[in-house]
Design a protein around this ligand. Structure first.
Ligand SMILES: *Cc1c(COP(=O)(O)O)cnc(C)c1O
Length: 428
């Protein structure tokens, strides 16, 4: 690759993917191997001592996964990236170097349902906690931060409601508090928004969704901006002080902007073991090649369908941020100028019962707990993904009982509208 900056579409195909040095294979091979032969004892010792970068064991690193990491880091404008087994694994991997028992994070109330459960319930087992705040209330975000807060967490375009976060304003608060902002960029993808350009320190993804784009893989990634100074306070000793889990290595001093990435591999993947598999990385590399084309079609379809739904008699409201009626439309030019994504909810006048009938009546839309697939998907959050939450939490998360979530695919818009129309009629 050349040193000239390259366009997003070029990086989506070429970043991380040199012809295979051993065979010339043009496509990234699936390195289906657990271990790698050391040249000699010195080589092995240098690899284990992190004096030389190379391959030891596939729980830590693998060439197929390395290609994917390089590609995603390039697309997000990060200093490094580490892939892992799922989006939820990525969230734990991002927080693990920052947290300790007694520490907390401040997170938006508008998050993927599973993330709310992970942060409010499973966190407790680690002695961590999470304070949930309305991220449109900047004073409340500031007020929620205390001496034990180690990160702020939000989604770019929040699942399920299509809410757009003012990343620049939240990043300014994180910056002032001397803590990192972690942004889940799953529903926007770097094609629509690059959170690092808005001040995010870390970006996490569920690669399961738009990045792979065809419903074949569960995967996740943590991208580090490389811009946070972990030594500026004594809040992040795993990165700024001798790390007992790696014979006293000081990660920031040794690796500079790559400190977080090296820590995530040498300690995170080594000890948590949430490793991606090379076959999964291959599917995601294939998917990313067409990410820009897919996102364009997702957005065009979503916009057409949201406008049509807003005019439908059975529909009370549509949350798509791309609509003129959306309170978040004003944030599109700032956060995601190419469009507001393809995930939104509708509220049906008939309430909970009409929602379940509507979902059952759809034929082309698949009723699944997934999003960001090439095919259109539907779910009723209150009876599924957001079922574990209280009704108050459901409403705060944009998943009230009368709400159905649509993930608009890349089929013909006319066919999707015909399917929605017949199912709305059937729901009464
Ligand atoms: C799906 C999803 C996750 C969790 O990812 P998995 O790959 O299912 O573990 C996290 N955040 C968002 C926004 C998601 O859509």
């Amino acid at each position: 690759m050349t040193d000239t900056p390259q366009g997003f579409e070029t990086l989506a195909i070429h970043a991380g993917a040199e012809p295979d040095p051993a065979t010339g294979a043009r496509q990234v091979p699936i390195y289906q191997t657990t271990a790698y032969v050391f040249r000699d004892a010195d080589h092995a010792a240098a690899l284990f001592g992190l004096q030389e970068v190379g391959y030891i064991y596939s729980r830590l690193t693998n060439p197929t996964i390395a290609a994917l990491q390089t590609r995603i880091a390039a697309l997000e404008g990060g200093a490094g990236a580490v892939c892992c087994s799922s989006g939820h694994a990525a969230q734990i991997m991002a927080l693990f170097p920052l947290m300790a028992p007694g520490r907390n994070i401040v997170a938006s109330t508008r998050l993927y349902g599973g993330t709310i459960t992970q942060f409010s319930q499973t966190f407790k087992r680690f002695g961590w906690s999470c304070t949930f705040v309305d991220f449109d209330d900047l004073d409340a975000v500031k007020a929620a931060i205390d001496d034990d807060t180690r990160a702020i967490f939000c989604e770019t375009i929040a699942n399920p409601g299509g809410y757009i976060t003012d990343l620049d304003a939240i990043a300014a608060i994180a910056n002032e508090a001397g803590i990192p902002l972690i942004v889940d960029n799953t529903t926007a993808t770097p094609y629509l928004c690059r959170p690092i350009e808005h001040g995010a320190t870390l970006v996490v993804h569920s690669l399961t969704k738009y990045m792979t784009g065809n419903g074949t893989v569960t995967g996740g990634v943590v991208v580090d901006s490389g811009k946070f100074d972990w030594s500026a306070s004594d809040k992040f000793p795993s990165l700024s002080k001798p790390e007992p889990a790696y014979h006293g290595l000081v990660f920031q001093e040794t690796f500079g902007p790559a400190a977080f990435t090296f820590h995530s591999i040498a300690i995170g993947l080594r000890d948590l073991g949430m490793t991606m598999n090379p076959q999964g990385a291959h599917y995601t590399l294939m998917g990313i090649e067409t990410l820009p084309l897919r996102m364009e079609k997702h957005i065009a379809n979503a916009k057409e369908i949201a406008v049509w739904l807003e005019g439908h008699d059975a529909v009370e409201s549509v949350t798509y941020a791309g609509l003129d009626s959306s309170p978040y439309k004003a944030r599109i030019p700032q956060i995601c100028p190419k469009g507001a994504g393809a995930l939104f909810t509708i509220q049906l006048k008939g309430g909970y019962e009409a929602c379940t009938k509507f979902v059952a009546g759809l034929n082309l839309f698949s009723h699944v707990a997934n999003l960001g697939d090439a095919r259109s998907l539907v779910i009723h959050p209150a009876s599924t993904t957001h079922r574990q939450l209280t009704e108050q939490q459901q409403i705060a998360a944009g998943a009230a009982p009368n709400t159905v979530r649509l993930s608009i695919g890349i089929e013909s818009a006319a066919d999707l509208i015909a399917d929605l129309d017949q199912a709305l009629k059937a729901a009464g």
